[in-house]
Ligand binder design. Structure first.
Ligand SMILES: Nc1ncnc2c1ncn2[C@@H]1O[C@H](COP(=O)(O)OP(=O)(O)OP(=O)(O)O)[C@@H](O)[C@H]1O
Length: 987
């Protein structure tokens, strides 16, 4: 800290103001008269109430005493008036480093506390001053830094107490080396706002000693001193920093009192004595300070009050004294004394100077400043030594241009980088999103498949239970059917109860096991689906945010367009995925309907059986049937015929395919035909409904196979129809078609007309379809002939003529025509429509999915390939598949998914006997000796791997299916027709 020095200021008189309070109630009641009057702003007239107008001796003397002060206030003056005229001007002085004191003087009850503290509604000088002080500092806070501290003390009975920290006890006054008075141990509290100051002030006032006296109900029994210190510092740093410290003292003195008036006794009397003594000392000091000779000694040491006010009265301080008087005639003496002292005090002079402290910075900061200045000097010197010539200016311009182009280039490359970055982020985010969408779609498919498979198994079980119960009913006619069903259910749970031998029990057990597996699979799939959904939502949000930031991050319009296009492409991809998804959903719905149809078929078979048996009964017993029943049977036959025709039209437009998928059912009406389909065959039918059309087989390759299968159904129907006596039976019972295409009348049944109409429409449609098909066949035949000519002998399609087939060669050719070739260049044998003839030398070209699809065509188990030649060179490339019979290897991967593999080397022995010495390359890796049949569950994984292997991945259905032992195929024998895919027995 540097030495305090004075700057500016000067000698100033003490400012004296007087305030006359209004008369109070007591005074009025007492009959006192108003003897103090304010005359203009500065003059006050005090009249002596004891003066006798008839006193001749004093007649020439004036009755009035006139006083002139800096400002006078009377009862009409407000708190605001008093504050503005007496104190407000001091605030700027304090903020800029001057000392200032405002003290209220006067007799007890004259209104000192009212002026200094005021009331809650009408605050006095203290609150108003502090409020304005903070406002004033706020105005210059940008340039200056302030620190405000507050102290509040009272002098009670000549003892100093800290009002902000009452626990500090009695404090002492000390004089520092420079003669300044300090209160040792007085707390200084930092204040940052007016509110904080007001809180501190109220806190201090509650601690102040205040007692009621006869003169004043709220008499202050102590002198209260509020000290506010403001330290001001410039915010701009310099080597020397100036700190200004202004001190403001706001003092509410206790009032002088006359013992006679106050009637104080005891403690109050002692208080009064102390008050009077300190005020007397103050008066003496004032007298001394205003001694006209200037030789009077000012004794501040007489009281603590005068010691504290030393600076305010005679030192470096701007001081304001506010003298308070009562206007009542009864307080004439106190008022006169107050005014006399105030009048004297106005002659007191003080020397006011600003308190400024210079603070030197730390040497390190100083060094930094010097270094900066040195650098600046060097830079300027360098400029002076290198004056810019014209050549220099030119090179300077060139420099500027090159710098500009560099900046431009840098900006462009930064833009490019930013664009690439955004592009990369967008692509990654799109890719993530698409993969998640695909995963979700596949999971949805898996769920649907599980649902279908569950339905199928439930159907198998329920059918078995009902049929078994029906059989038992014949043995136990008394027991209700539902009880019998329950019995069989329980028996199935316990092995060795005889149910093992019952036809279909094994299938039902398998179905139950499958249901358990499916249930578990469903749970897992659902869990996974929820996770993927959440991930997808998060990815979507991420992409959206990224898209939103594009305008801010990219400047060029072209670049923005590129990114917009990118987003558009992504949106289209999403649309595409959604379309795929809805297609799959429709497939699922169709499959569900197929399940229902399968159920109806079963039901219809039962009906057919019943009708057939009843017909036998009627014929055996030569029963006479009513005309009505005859008509009904006729209608039934007709309906079957129409159904067949409907089926002909919808399944195939081929005019040669006369059979339909209901032929097997209709055959039950004939006695020569197979009586009923076995349970295993029916179950196989159910499986076919589902497994034929794998939801995952959406690739073009798979679709090709699908189409091929579709055609095969018609061909199968044709084959059935050719061999079946049912057609003869139908022809027998169906009236011939007349020239117009109408069938002959069947009777007078009113419903017949509708049948006839319908039949007419159908046959007409068929005629049109037949015509179209004929034309197409002709074209196809030509193509086939060309193909047959061009192909080598080995690769020509196999055609095995059917002895019973009386169809024309052109019809046969139809089967071999290019239109019948699927995407793998295979074709079909007409009499065995499920047989595919492979024209492709390598069998590996047939994917596992296709193999499976083909296998499931007749719900046959996975078939083992036997590389056994069948026939001459013509069949060299044709291979055969046989049931695997447990040659499936199960393997779990690291993620816990089950994979099943079909062992390839089953056919190895046989391959040695291949014609032309063909041998398969031996494989060292045992895992490679298996063709993957299925993978337990579609694994959710990112990256191209998940897409590339999707075709070979299986579904939960495959797991369930793989557990089922391969069913026996009636009539099957090794070396049947050589085919690719599997072989069928001859029918
Ligand atoms: N200007 C005024 N207008 C209205 N009422 C006033 C005014 N001045 C003082 N009073 C009232 O007069 C009474 C005495 O005032 P106050 O307590 O301020 O006197 P005091 O000089 O502080 O007395 P003491 O020295 O005993 O503390 C109070 O009730 C106060 O409200």
């Amino acid at each position: 800290m540097a030495e305090t020095k004075s700057k500016g200021g000067g000698e100033q008189n003490l400012m004296v103001c007087t305030r006359i309070r209004p008369m109070n109630e007591d005074e009025i009641l007492f009959g006192a008269t108003c003897i103090a009057h304010k005359v203009e702003d500065r003059m006050l007239v005090l009249m002596d109430p004891m003066e006798d107008p008839e006193d001749i001796l004093r007649a020439n003397r004036t009755r009035e005493k006139q006083f002139v002060f800096d400002t006078c206030f009377d009862g009409s003056s407000t708190q605001e008036d008093v504050y503005k005229s007496s104190t407000k001007f001091l605030i700027d002085n304090v903020v800029t480093g001057y000392n200032a004191t405002v003290f209220a003087y006067g007799a007890t009850g004259a209104g000192k506390t009212y002026t200094m503290l005021g009331t809650d509604d009408d605050p006095g000088i203290m609150a108003r001053t502090l409020n304005d002080l903070f406002i004033s500092m706020e105005k210059t806070r940008e340039d200056m830094k302030y620190k405000v501290t507050l102290s509040y003390l009272e002098i009670y009975n000549e003892m100093i107490r800290d009002l902000l920290s009452p626990s500090s006890g009695i404090l002492d006054l000390r004089e520092d080396a420079k003669g300044g008075i300090q209160v040792a141990g007085l707390s200084e509290v930092k204040a940052r706002s007016t509110d904080e100051v007001m809180r501190l002030l109220l806190q201090g006032n509650t601690q102040r000693t205040q007692e009621p006296t006869a003169a004043n109900k709220t008499s202050s029994r102590s002198h209260a001193v509020l000290q506010v210190i403001v330290r001001q510092q410039n915010r701009v740093k310099n080597t020397m920093q100036e700190v200004r410290t202004g001190k403001l003292f706001l003092i509410d003195l206790a009032g002088s009192e006359r013992a006679a008036n106050t009637h104080n006794r005891g403690k109050r009397m002692v208080e009064g004595a102390h008050i009077n003594r300190s005020l007397l000392a103050l008066g003496n000091c004032i007298n001394a300070l205003t001694d006209k000779n200037g030789k009077g000694y000012v004794n501040y040491r007489d009281s603590k009050l005068t010691r504290l006010l030393k600076d305010a009265l005679g030192g470096n301080c701007k001081t304001v004294m506010i003298a308070h008087i009562s206007p009542a005639s009864i307080h004439f003496e106190e008022s006169r004394n107050t005014l006399v002292y105030a009048d004297r005090a106005k002659h007191i002079k003080t020397k006011v100077r600003r308190n400024v402290t210079d603070v030197a910075y730390h040497i390190a900061q100083y060094t930094n400043i010097i270094q900066e200045l040195r650098d600046e000097i060097n830079r300027l010197r360098h400029r002076l030594n290198n004056p810019s010539t014209s050549a220099g200016r030119k090179s300077h311009i060139a420099d500027i241009q090159s710098v500009q182009s560099e900046v431009l280039e840098a900006k462009r490359s930064a833009d490019r980088e930013e664009l690439n970055k955004i592009k990369e982020q967008l692509l990654i985010s799109f890719k993530d999103q698409m993969e998640l969408r695909k995963s979700l779609m596949e999971l949805n498919n898996a769920t649907m498949e599980i649902s279908l498979e569950t339905n199928r198994n439930q159907m198998i079980i329920s059918e078995w239970e009902v049929e078994l119960a029906r059989q038992s009913k014949a043995r136990n006619p008394d027991r209700p059917l539902h009880e019998l069903i329950e019995d069989h259910k329980k028996a199935l749970d316990v092995s060795g109860t005889g149910t093992d031998e019952i036809e279909g029990a094994e299938d039902v057990r398998t179905a139950r096991e499958e249901l358990k597996v499916l249930h578990e699979e469903k749970r897992k799939t659902e869990k996974l689906r929820i996770t993927v959904k959440k991930e997808l939502e998060a990815a979507r949000m991420k992409t959206r945010k990224l898209e939103e930031t594009i305008p801010q991050r990219v400047n060029s319009e072209d670049q923005k367009d590129v990114l917009r296009l990118l987003c558009k492409v992504h949106a289209l991809e999403i649309q595409n995925t959604e379309v795929q998804s809805s297609c799959l959903l429709k497939d699922y719905q169709i499959k569900k309907k197929d399940m229902v149809i399968a159920r109806f078929r079963q039901h219809k078979r039962l009906c057919d059986q019943i009708i057939r048996k009843q017909k036998n009964l009627i014929e055996e017993n030569n029963l006479v049937i009513s005309r009505e029943l005859e008509e009904l049977i006729e209608m039934y036959r007709l309906e079957n015929t129409l159904q067949r025709e409907d089926s002909d039209l919808s399944v195939s437009s081929d005019p040669t395919a006369k059979g339909n998928i209901y032929d097997d059912q209709l055959s039950t009406l004939t006695e020569e035909s197979e009586p009923t389909l076995s349970r295993r065959q029916r179950n196989a039918d159910l499986r076919r409904t589902n497994s034929d059309e794998r939801l995952f087989s959406q690739t073009p390759m798979a679709r090709g196979i699908e189409n091929a299968k579709f055609d095969n159904r018609a061909n199968l129907s044709a084959a059935w129809r050719n061999n079946s006596s049912l057609s003869q039976e139908i022809d027998r019972v169906t009236p011939p078609v007349d020239a117009s295409g109408d069938r002959t009348s069947l009777g007078q049944n009113p419903s017949r007309n509708s049948f006839n109409d319908r039949h007419t429409i159908l046959s007409n449609t068929r005629n049109i379809a037949a015509l179209a098909a004929k034309k197409r066949n002709k074209a196809q035949t030509n193509l086939t002939n060309i193909e047959k000519r061009d192909l080598p002998e080995q690769q020509r399609p196999l055609y095995r003529p059917n002895n019973n087939d009386n169809s024309k060669s052109s019809e046969r050719e139809t089967y071999l025509s290019p239109s019948r070739l699927d995407t793998h260049n295979r074709t079909f044998i007409p009499e065995h429509p499920f047989v595919l003839v492979n024209k492709v030398p390598s069998e590996d070209s047939l994917s596992l999915t296709e193999k499976q699809t083909l296998v499931s065509e007749r719900s046959l188990p996975p078939l083992r390939r036997v590389a056994e030649a069948n026939g001459g060179d013509r069949n060299r490339n044709v291979r055969q598949w046989v049931p695997v019979d447990g040659n499936i290897k199960k393997k779990k991967d690291k993620a816990g998914y089950t994979h099943q593999f079909l062992k390839k080397n089953h056919g190895r022995q046989a391959s040695k006997n291949r014609p032309n010495g063909e041998k398969k390359t031996s494989r060292t890796d045992p895992d490679k000796d298996f063709d993957s049949l299925s993978v337990g569950r579609r694994r959710i994984q990112k990256g191209p791997q998940s897409q590339s292997d999707s075709s070979s991945l299986g579904t939960p259905m495959n797991i369930a299916k793989s557990k089922r032992p391969p069913p026996t195929i009636p009539g099957y024998k090794k070396g049947d027709i050589t085919i690719t895919g599997f072989s069928l027995p001859r029918y």
